[in-house]
Design a binder for this molecule. Sequence first.
Ligand SMILES: Cc1cc2nc3c(=O)[nH]c(=O)nc-3n(C[C@H](O)[C@H](O)[C@H](O)COP(=O)(O)O)c2cc1C
Length: 187
Amino acid sequence: MRNNTKIRILGISGSLKLSSSNSALTRALGGLMPDGVEYTVYNSPGLLPHFSPDIDGDNSPAVVTEFREMLVASDGVILCTPEYAFNLPGVLKNALDWTVSTGEFYEKPTAVISASPLPSGGSKAHLSLMMTMTAMQANVPEKAKLMIASINKKMQGDVITDNNTGEELKTVINELIALIQSKQNLL
Ligand SMILES: Cc1cc2nc3c(=O)[nH]c(=O)nc-3n(C[C@H](O)[C@H](O)[C@H](O)COP(=O)(O)O)c2cc1C
């Protein structure tokens, strides 16, 4: 492991809703990070224009460049998504589409979390997001995949009130960090 090197993790919520539980979860993850991790939330997926290959490339919009740079600067990414109509919300898919040509997710240690007030835990959105991450060849460890059911009963504001969920999230974080460290050991 590289000594004295901070691990940088970026959290991204797939919801634009002001009272979003996934955005609250994304923020709450910051409080679960161990020492030595610099955790940042990307707050602007809603500012990214609709993806089109016509505006991709050398003259991509500045917000897109900023998003890509934040991904490149991160050792790992945590995605938290709701489920809309049995799939991931368009805003998250749109953000991910902007990285296909430039490959920021290629071999990127990534955690995939879905959270829903329903018992399914957003399983279909999770599956769909996993298909996208597989297409982009992101590195998603098995234990860094989590579906959270009844999320409305497990958080109050930005605080995770359900102990079991807190432990599950710590497992996700630890798996992600272990993968990041194993990659750093190879450098
Ligand atoms: C347009 C729309 C479609 C939805 N479809 C689903 C769905 O297919 N599965 C599900 O579990 N919840 C569905 N929901 C409920 C969301 O899970 C719920 O609104 C949740 O709070 C969204 O996550 P957020 O709080 O992070 O924004 C839907 C909500 C909306 C507004």
